[in-house]
Design a binder for this molecule. Sequence first.
Ligand SMILES: Cc1cc2nc3c(=O)[nH]c(=O)nc-3n(C[C@H](O)[C@H](O)[C@H](O)COP(=O)(O)O)c2cc1C
Length: 207
Amino acid sequence: MDLFEAIHTQRAIRRLKPDPIPDSVIRQLLEAAICAPSGGNRQGWVFIVIRDPDVKARLAELYREGFQELLKIPYYRDAGSAPPDSAAGKMLASAHHLAEHLQEAPILILACLKTEGTTPGITMGSSIYPAVQNILLAARGLGIGSTLTTIHRFRDGQVKELLGVPAGVETAALIPLGYPFGKFGRPPRKPVSEVTYFDRWGRPPPW
Ligand SMILES: Cc1cc2nc3c(=O)[nH]c(=O)nc-3n(C[C@H](O)[C@H](O)[C@H](O)COP(=O)(O)O)c2cc1C
């Protein structure tokens, strides 16, 4: 698949078939992940591939608890009262579907970061989320649906205990992956001209 076609049609795919993903394909996703940049090339990432139905089921329970916490945040509470056919309403319905069906995804990948030596703050995430994005894009290229999720972090302690994640490690994203029920398509985004300045803040682009 053309790189730009993959980039332009990668989006949150939350309705996933339970069909298994072959080991060789999982390996391809992770080979893409480890090509990502990381601060000082530390490569402090660890990816836990979760296939065990019991572990997925327990993670899904914790995820659903987290989802209820999320709904208390004003942005998501408002989305809950948005019209069902609005962008916010659709996003929330889709997120709700995922919360109800997370355990049915054939695999979940928990992307972790060993935090030792990394600077706390926004830059810490920049040593793991490029690898996560590589997984999302590689999945798109292979016809596999995925979503970057972080709701598990509402129950981070229990998730770490369940999976045996040691101290000094952050769980950055839980990525459900599976062959999609629906179709890939261009995601709704603000136009580039609305989010770009040239040379200084506030100066619009020449186009
Ligand atoms: C930092 C981050 C955290 C996210 N957490 C979740 C999540 O926990 N659950 C979920 O269903 N989607 C999650 N998403 C997916 C976003 O909702 C999604 O990227 C956004 O709605 C755009 O979707 P689209 O690409 O299909 O347009 C997250 C995305 C990001 C970047």
